[in-house]
Design a binder for this molecule. Sequence first.
Ligand code: NAP
Length: 349
Amino acid sequence: MPPHNILITGGSGYLGGTLLAHLSSFPLPLHGTVYASVRTAAQAESVKQYNVTPLPIDFSDTTALKQEIINKEISIIFFLIDARHSTNQVSMIEALGEVKTKTGKEVHFLHTTGAKLFSDIVGHPTNKPLLDTDPGLYEIQKTCKGPFDIMNECVQTNNTVIEIASKHGVKSYIFAPCIVYGEGEGFGNKISIQTVAIVQAAKALRQVYKTQEGNPTWPVCHVLDNTTLYLQILKKILEGEDVGHGKDGYFLASPGSVAWNDIYSAIAKAMFKRGAVDDGSVKLADDATLEKLGDALRVPAAFVPVQLSRCCTFTAVHGKEIGWKPKYEAEHILEVADAEVELILKYLK
Ligand SMILES: NC(=O)c1ccc[n+]([C@@H]2O[C@H](COP(=O)([O-])OP(=O)(O)OC[C@H]3O[C@@H](n4cnc5c(N)ncnc54)[C@H](OP(=O)(O)O)[C@@H]3O)[C@@H](O)[C@H]2O)c1
């Protein structure tokens, strides 16, 4: 049987770019062509440095998208561009189903979601560790609901991926990055999301704020370790191993959790040192401040805590079971907070 052709999406992004940058140095078994989806001629040129084949895709044209996957006989797709909507994922999964019929190959779809979709934001339990191998995870995901439609939509996308993939004989994986930090190694976006939001909000208000009392925690992961989990899953798929898929296919990329308060303090110290805030303390935001934080982050005030806090006890077990070994401990994010702030201030638009 011919080897797997692989499609990586989101190569100009923070996670996808770092994944492309490490692809050729990771010991992957024999495979076919690796395609990287691109939207511009410049991106097509840029991805060639990673020894991958640029594949121009207009994601708004789902018919063409499906046809391209079938024509190229792509049998593994890693999707890293949109955790919210499911239209593209459904089209790609349907196309993979056709590739399976055409070639007889096993076909695989990995969807990148986020740890927020396994947190109290969407009503997941946080009174104990929630393992990414918990056999009840899909049922929790099916029944959970939070106050924000946009977040419920993201959860529904995870359900859709699992259900549509099962219908078309596609092995699906739900990959959850968390608070990812460190410099992106791709040709495009170099910075992440959550640490960026803290710095962006603090820069605008010249003060680091927390948005809730108590000491909530959240899983964290260096971008390199996030990348090696993607690659370890890919390696195992190429070796023909069943790593757990569908309702048993959740993967959190994280060595562990830290308290938001510790992240805020480390960032406040680094920003104060650079004169980017007026003092190095962390203050609790009142309602008026939440409005201002919302303006800085371009979200409604009620959504600010979703960006800057809340609680997630999602715990990574699955990756370690398939041989993934994170290089950095969770506390590393605190040790390198100064460099993270430097990086974010450099790239923040
Ligand atoms: N970074 C994190 O810490 C983190 C944590 C949890 C979840 N996630 C999720 O992981 C995914 C990737 O995150 P990231 O940090 O790598 O994001 P990013 O740096 O913003 O990159 C997004 C990527 O998606 C592409 N893209 C966006 N809209 C597209 C569209 N309509 N059609 C085709 N391509 C499109 C972008 O291409 P262009 O350059 O052409 O716009 C870019 O390659 C996102 O869904 C994000 O929500 C990330």
